[in-house]
Design a protein around this ligand. Structure first.
Ligand code: AMP
Ligand code: MN
Ligand code: MN
Ligand code: MN
Length: 280
């Protein structure tokens, strides 16, 4: 087993990915991954299946989760790697966090009805394998299926985001809370896809400082949810705050994600940052 081809960020149908945890791991192995973390949103449901499948295939497995938080009113994602999946507090906190999803989904559906889009609550619920984890992604897929939009990214550009039809605010936890849960469960906290957030350079520095103070130790330098052109400034941020580098595809499903699982490019060869796997 080695850490030659690492993917520490991807999703299964336990959250808003399209494949089962076993299928994600099989696909990662077929794509040449040698180490993997399944990082579903706000749930540990897929961890055992992913770990067991990885073990069968000789893939190094690292437990993972991606926690929804908020900062300056926007959604910020914190990945936890190497967490104890039996940790009672973490399991309870994640269940509480996910609880609001169904109520938010009803609000989203009501908002979509106002612009003539019917049936999106039952449509999204039907697409969510895990009824506790209905996500905006399930709504986006429903809007594509029903012909309202041509692609998931078109849905997010026109619906489901602040100021657009179908948006309903969520009450996520603070960055500090999510980091503290991860630390208490023995994991390493990683700031996910920093290039994706709509923050000014100053606000992003403020976020990274807060994350570091809370005990965060790594940042995603390579992610399917940010552009390659973001890489240099993220490396610079990591250097400034002494954070290790992590990487992942953020794979959700074929055709929806920038990179397939196990197919994200590696960190630049000249990147001097400590690697997150050295902390696990
Ligand atoms: P939720 O946790 O229900 O708020 O949904 C957030 C999920 O929506 C993210 O994890 C992404 O998978 C997806 N998402 C958010 N913004 C976009 C976007 N612009 N394009 C495609 N998917 C997006
Ligand atoms: Mn997602
Ligand atoms: Mn994310
Ligand atoms: Mn993700």
């Amino acid at each position: 087993m080695s850490y030659a081809n690492i993917d520490f960020h991807c999703h299964s149908n336990c959250s808003d990915g399209a494949l089962s945890p076993a299928k994600v791991v099989q696909r990662a192995a077929a794509n040449g991954a040698t180490a993997l973390a399944l990082t579903d949103h706000d749930t540990l449901l897929g961890q055992r299946q992913a770990r067991d499948t990885a073990q069968l295939l000789g893939l190094r497995y690292v437990t993972g989760v991606e926690i929804s938080t908020q900062f300056l009113g926007i959604s910020i994602h914190i990945v936890g790697l190497g967490i104890d999946i039996e940790n009672v507090a973490l399991n309870t906190q994640l269940k509480n966090l996910a609880k609001q999803r169904k109520a938010r989904a009803l609000q989203m559906a009501r908002s979509l009805e106002k612009v003539g889009i019917e049936g999106s609550f039952s449509g999204a619920m039907a697409l969510a394998q895990n009824p506790e984890l209905v996500s905006r992604t399930h709504f986006a897929r429903y809007l594509v299926q029903s012909g309202a939009c041509a692609s998931v990214s078109e849905v997010f550009a026109n619906y489901l985001t602040e100021g657009k039809p179908g948006y309903a605010p969520a009450q996520w936890v603070t960055v500090g809370e999510a980091v503290s849960w991860i630390l208490a469960a023995g994991g390493v906290a990683v700031l996910a896809h920093p290039g994706r957030y709509r923050l000014s350079a100053e606000q992003l520095r403020e976020l990274v400082a807060l994350f570091k103070t809370a005990g965060g130790r790594a940042i995603e330098v390579i992610s399917g949810s940010q552009r390659a052109s973001d890489t240099p400034r993220i490396i610079e941020l990591a250097e400034q705050f002494d954070l290790a580098a992590s990487q992942g595809s953020d794979f959700h499903s074929e055709g929806e994600s920038r990179f397939d699982v196990g197919k994200a490019p590696p960190l630049p060869l000249d990147c001097k940052l400590k690697r997150v796997w050295a902390l696990l």
